[in-house]
Design a protein around this ligand. Sequence first.
Ligand code: SAH
Length: 256
Amino acid sequence: MIDFVGAGPGAADLITLRGHKLLSEADVIIYTGSLVNEEVINCRKKDCKVYNSAYMTLEEVMEVMISSERKGLKTVRLHTGDPSIYGAIREQMDILDKEKIQYRVCPGVSSFCAAAAALNLEYTLPSVSQSVIITRAEGRTPVPEKENISELAKHGATMVLFLSVGLIESVVNKLYKAGVSKYTPAAIVYKASWPDEKKFVCTVETLKDTVLKNNIKNTALIIIGNVINSDYDRSCLYDPTFSTLFRKEEIKSDEH
Ligand code: SAH
């Protein structure tokens, strides 16, 4: 059994209890050294073998996983944030399927959640946006045409862009192409939850300058949307006149 584990966004104590236990018991850990905080694997056994996948190809990673599994060793493949978001786990799972090796996934706190926490942000404010679009600018990895930022931004929903800070000029141009106003609030969160986290709130108009002036080149998220700074309606769920499965509405005496 191979365990894919989400390491969380950076802070060593933002891994799940389950993920921490799996790491403490592992004989072999392959971690994404470019983004995972090494402190997360401090809990490992003394004789645990550690591999940094930043220096490895998919084939090399799979070779370690498969040979460790054949030797009966407990193997953890540690991914940054949550493995389901830009984690490249599907291709690993497909090879494990072919090798008839079982695996399971332990989720992690994605960086988009840590970025919201850093900004005290609620991505889904009533009457502002009830959807979060998680996407990226097209780099070497192609993005399907229908998912181009200039198409997705037309929805006016909250957007969180991964892997895009190096393409900030093109991102801003695509937002304008979608008709997004230059006054729309935006934010950049660099290394959310790490000790050297940085956060900037700006607008679409000042987004590019904010990125360039602060020399933000990687490990950052771009957030766009009125949820960053606008009026909203309070939630129905906690409204006294709204019944839920757990709470009956308050009936005003003058109405009955
Ligand atoms: N699976 C990860 C994302 C991996 S893709 C997750 O769920 O967060 C790598 C990209 O994620 C980075 O280029 C950056 O855009 C973003 N990222 C990862 N960790 C981050 C952090 N702590 N703060 C801000 N962005 C981060």
